[in-house]
Design a protein around this ligand. Structure first.
Ligand SMILES: C[S@@+](CC[C@H](N)C(=O)[O-])C[C@H]1O[C@@H](n2cnc3c(N)ncnc32)[C@H](O)[C@@H]1O
Length: 292
């Protein structure tokens, strides 16, 4: 291991090891923050992180945090790394919450659910970004207790920064709607979800960084009843939302562009009155958007 000699001194060597100058900067900055300055401990940590990165681990897991909208979320192998497309899912969900709040008389009070919350990216963004003038609660569910442990860390961090949103988030374990208290059935204002939607046979086409490091249970779903690959979980969410949303409540589901038309079909069959799709910032059909 090269001597520390100040963290700048190792930049070019770390960059050569990880194959990127920008990543080397992030790694050294992270090591410096964690060890409170530069010196031998910073260099030692930077080399440790660089070795993990060079072995193929995603940068986000190596750093242990990643930004999502206004949040800095803890992430590790127990959760999917939140993606930029999902930031747009939050945008669309937020628009529905604000619209519904403006339609309600007196002091609006709304309740939503983020199904398959992972790191808590969607639920915590909505907890932080729905205006505080709106009474707002969000139930964040996951089948994975490991994922919920990570989400809990992120809730604690958010609440430390924003004590005013402490009562807004509830974490619960279970499969899709079965995680929720039964008295919410037919009363939800918003269902939002980024469920697994990669087809099993496409797992091999994924970038090895994704395939070998991110939880398979967060990525892959079986073929749906529609016959469309990777659609089974999306179909469960849509069918359940038809029962759990109140009339006028909104559903926003992330999907693969090739699943958009089958999802629109499934939503119509589940009784949604208004059904459409929304695009991500790259212009791809990325969400089902429906009002019951
Ligand atoms: C694509 S990840 C999304 C994570 C996070 N919402 C995000 O957007 O970054 C899907 C999540 O759904 C969870 N999941 C998979 N099957 C589930 C089920 N049957 N019920 C609830 N959650 C499930 C996974 O554990 C994973 O956290």
């Amino acid at each position: 291991m090269p001597e520390a000699g100040g963290s700048c001194g190792i930049h070019s060597e770390v960059a050569a090891q990880v194959g990127s100058s920008r990543e080397a900067t992030w790694i050294i900055e992270h090591a410096s923050r964690e060890t409170g300055g530069d010196g031998p401990r910073t260099a030692e940590l930077a080399w440790e992180l660089a070795a993990r990165r060079a072995a193929g681990e995603p940068l986000q897991y190596v750093l242990g945090t990643w930004s999502f909208r206004n949040l800095e979320l803890a992430v590790d192998r127990r959760v999917l790394i939140p993606r930029p497309e999902t930031e747009q899912v939050v945008e669309v969900a937020l628009r529905h919450v604000i619209r519904m709040a403006s339609e309600l008389p007196f002091e609006p009070s709304l309740v939503g659910v983020d199904l398959g919350t992972g790191s808590g990216a969607i639920a915590l963004s909505l907890a932080a970004e729905v205006p505080t003038s709106v009474g707002w609660e969000i139930w964040a569910t996951d089948a994975s207790t490991d994922a919920l442990d990570v989400a809990r860390v992120n809730v604690t961090t958010l609440v430390a920064q924003r004590p005013d949103v402490a009562d807004r988030v509830h974490l619960v374990q279970g499969s899709w709607f079965a995680a929720l208290p039964g008295d919410l059935m037919g009363r939800l204002d918003l269902v939002v979800s980024n469920p697994p939607y990669v087809a099993t046979h496409e797992l091999g086409d994924l970038d090895p960084e994704v395939r070998e490091w991110e939880p398979r249970s967060a990525l892959v779903a079986p073929r749906g009843a529609s016959g469309v690959a990777g659609m089974a979980d999306i179909e469960s969410v849509i069918a359940g939302a038809g029962r759990w949303l109140r009339p006028g409540g909104a559903l926003v589901v992330e999907l693969d562009p090739r699943q958009a038309y089958a999802a629109v079909d499934a939503a119509r069959r589940a009784g949604f009155a208004k059904v459409g799709t929304a695009r991500d910032l790259a212009g791809r059909l990325r969400m089902l958007e429906a009002v019951r």
